[in-house]
Design a protein around this ligand. Sequence first.
Ligand SMILES: Cc1ncc(COP(=O)(O)O)c(C=O)c1O
Length: 445
Amino acid sequence: MSLAQTERAIPNDLEAYWLPFTPNRAFKAAPRLITRAKDMHYYTPDGRAVLDGTAGLWCTNAGHNRDPIVKAISAQAAELDYAPAFQFAHPKAFALASRIATLAPGDLDHVFFCNSGSEAVDTALKIALAYHHVRGEGSRTRLIGRERGYHGVGFGGISVGGIVTNRKFFGTLLAGVDHLPATYNREQQAFTKGEPDWGAHLADELERIVALHDASTIAAVIVEPMAGSTGVLPPPKGYLQRLRAICDKHRLLLIFDEVITGFGRLGHAFAAERYGVIPDLITFAKGITSGTVPMGGVIARAPIHEAFMRGPEHVVELFHGYTYSAHPLACAAALATLDLYRDEDLFARAKRLEPIWADAAMGLKDLPHVLDIRTLGLTAGIDLAARPDAAGRRAYDAMVKAFHDENLVIRVTGDTIALTPPLIVAESEIADMFERVARVIRAVA
Ligand SMILES: Cc1ncc(COP(=O)(O)O)c(C=O)c1O
C-alpha cells in the first residue's frame, strides 16, 4: 500500500495496533479511547469527562495539558527540534541537569539522560558495573534486585525485577542476579497508613546474599523505595536505612529506582529525602516532564562520576547513550514542569494531602472482598479477593466498570487497584474519587 493509501485507511480500524501490557482482544471488543485531557480529566470521543485517578501511568504529576508546559514544548519545537546527543549538546540539557542535581539530596549531582524508566534502570545498572570496572574491581558483577520489584522491561530491568509474569516468558535473563525478599506481609501489615512497623529485618537478607556470593562479586543493589507497580508496597520503617548500612559495609552501590516516587509522589522531590537515605544512583522518568514528552535519567553521586573522569581526555568515558538522550523537547518540557512544581508548591501539596488521602482510602476498608489497603504519599493500593479460578478478573472488571460507568481511570495489577492521582487533585476530588471506587468495588462483589 502506498503512503497516500495508508492515509485514507479507515481511521477506526483497531487491528494493526498491538497494545502494550493490555489484553488486546478484550480491549478491541470494547475499547477505552481517550482523545483529549485537561488538568484532572480525560475526555472520550463522545465528550465524557473522565477523572484521572492514576496520573496517567504515575506520570502526569502536574495534571494534564498545563499551559506553561504546552507552551514550552511548542516554542522548543519551533526553535530547535533536535541536536546530536553524542559529541554535541544544547543549552537546555545543561540547565536541566543542574536543576535536577540541585533538587537531589546530598552529592547526587551528575545527571545522565535517556528516554524512559526502563532505559534509566538499564543505564544505572551499566553505570554500576562500569564504575567497579574503572576502579579496578571488575569482579563486582552481580546485581541484587527484590521479589515483586518492577524496574521496567529491558533485559536488565526484568532480570533484577521480581514480577514473575514479566520474566518467565523471556529466557534466562541476565546471569548473576539474586533477589531480596519482598517486604510485604499481610498478616503483619494489613490496613497500615504509611510505612508499616513490621519488616525492617528483611533488609538483613542482604547479609545472607553477601555471605553466599561474597561482597567482592556484587556490584549493586536496586530497589524501588516504594514498590509501585506490584501494587503499592510502602517500605517498612527503618528498612531502607538498614539496606544503606549493609551496602556501605560491603561497598555495594545502592540504587533507588525513583521512576514513580520521584517528583512529588511521596511529598518530596525524591523518596530518598523522605527517608533520609542517600543512594549512590537514582533513576527517574515519568514525573520529570509530567508525562508530556518521554524522558528518563540517572542521577549519580559525585565520587561515581569522578571515577570515570580519568584517562585521556579525548576518549569517551562511558560507552553508553541514546540518540534521544536529553532531547530538546523533553528538556524544554522538563524545565517548564519543574517551574510548575515550584510555583504551585506541588510536592508540599502532596505532603499536606497525604493524611486526607489516607483517611479517604481507608474508608473503603469494610467493602466486600477488600483484603488490604495501603497508602503512602498520594498513592493507594487496594487488594481485592480474587474470583475463584479467575485471578485478576475482579480487578479487571473493576477497571472496565470504573471507566465506562463511573467516568474514572484506575490502574489494576493482579487483583489490586492502584490509585495515584495528579498532585493537583482537589480535596473534593479525593472524596469523589473514593466514592466512585467504592461503587465499583460493590459492583464487582
Ligand atoms: C519503578 C519503575 N521503574 C521503571 C519503570 C519503567 O518505566 P518505563 O515504562 O518508562 O520504561 C517503571 C514504570 O512504571 C517503574 O514504576
